[in-house]
Design a protein around this ligand. Sequence first.
Ligand code: CP
Length: 298
Amino acid sequence: MKDFSREEIDFVLDTAEKLEPAARGLEKSRLLDGKLVALLFFEPSTRTRLSFETAVNRLGGKTINLGSVEASSVMKGENLADTIRVVSGYADVIVMRHPKDGAGRMASEFSSVPIINGGDGSVHHPTQTILDLYTIRRESHLEGLKIAMAGDLKYGRTVHSLCQALALYGADMTFVSPPELRMPPEIVRELKRQKIRVKETDSFEGIIGDVEVLYMTRVQRERFPDPEEYLKVADSLRIDAKLLKAAKPELKVLHPLPRVNEIEHDVDSTPHACYFEQAFYGVPTRMALLALVAGVIK
Ligand code: CP
């Protein structure tokens, strides 16, 4: 997200808004006619993989897919650089998810076509951030937003990318997490350097009634070096409809999904639940990103 200025983000969001009718199947688009997009997912995904695939289809393009890592030559020891060199000869754009921190940046150095980072390690998930920003703009407002981010702020890559982007809009941020899962101090320092109001706490006390967006996250079991450490914090922050009775009527609850147990199912039927719309907004925003990197919208 650090590569984007506020004006560039606004341009992507405006482009997504124009493409939303096509994302809903209400209009036809041929913007990616004749283009091939490679989907390389070295880590599990439902939303990112399928919303990119939907986005390509809605724009009239085609996809090629690595499929499961087990079925690829990664199992014979082929390294990421060689995989990227080869696939960039097949496709016009590559979308990649990878478990290693910095893999997206590294892939871009070996690719002859644009790489879109679909999430790398615990560090970045920039296309999730674009769709989060789009959701917030559509369902609430971006400028001076009062937001709480809660859950696994240490390993949750979505919140790392999101708070960097929201800083460009002067957000007021509260980070809610158990002490073991606090936002990395270098991110907090950088936000404070940018004069962003940041508060850190370990409970929802006094928070729910004060914010306009509550961004929940899952505790990232797969990133814990020690399973015992995961179990200690697995159930630490949960919300339910009763807790949300203290919320402002306009509060929107977002979650990048998948959820485990941090949002009770009784929240789904409240007017605050916004996470399924949020997942849909992955389609117009990824359509916009694909069209822009393919150079078919300028
Ligand atoms: N939000 C998100 O990245 O979901 P997936 O892991 O299912 O792609």
